[in-house]
Unconditional design. Structure first.
Length: 78
């Protein structure tokens, strides 16, 4: 599985697993998306899980111009 790296806000919230009691996963994930702040959940054994909101990329710009016919043959045909 390939890792994906995203730029996210540097502030991070930390919750103990006890703080999650009674909260639905959907509400927790929606909160992370709305606040756009990473969340770290720390369990009793010291291990943790990070939940990172994905950044939205802006659309690429469209550049004007053209490519001359036969450009590929001129470059690679030699």
């Amino acid at each position: 599985m390939r890792k994906r790296y995203h730029q996210v806000a540097t502030a991070e919230r930390t919750l103990d697993s006890i703080d999650l009691k009674g909260r639905s996963a959907e509400d927790l994930l929606r909160e992370v998306l709305e606040q756009h702040v990473p969340l770290k959940v720390v369990f009793e054994n010291g291990r943790s899980v990070d939940i990172l909101p994905e950044t939205e990329l802006r659309p690429l710009i469209t550049l004007g111009g053209s490519v001359p016919a036969g450009w590929k043959d001129a470059v690679y045909g030699q």
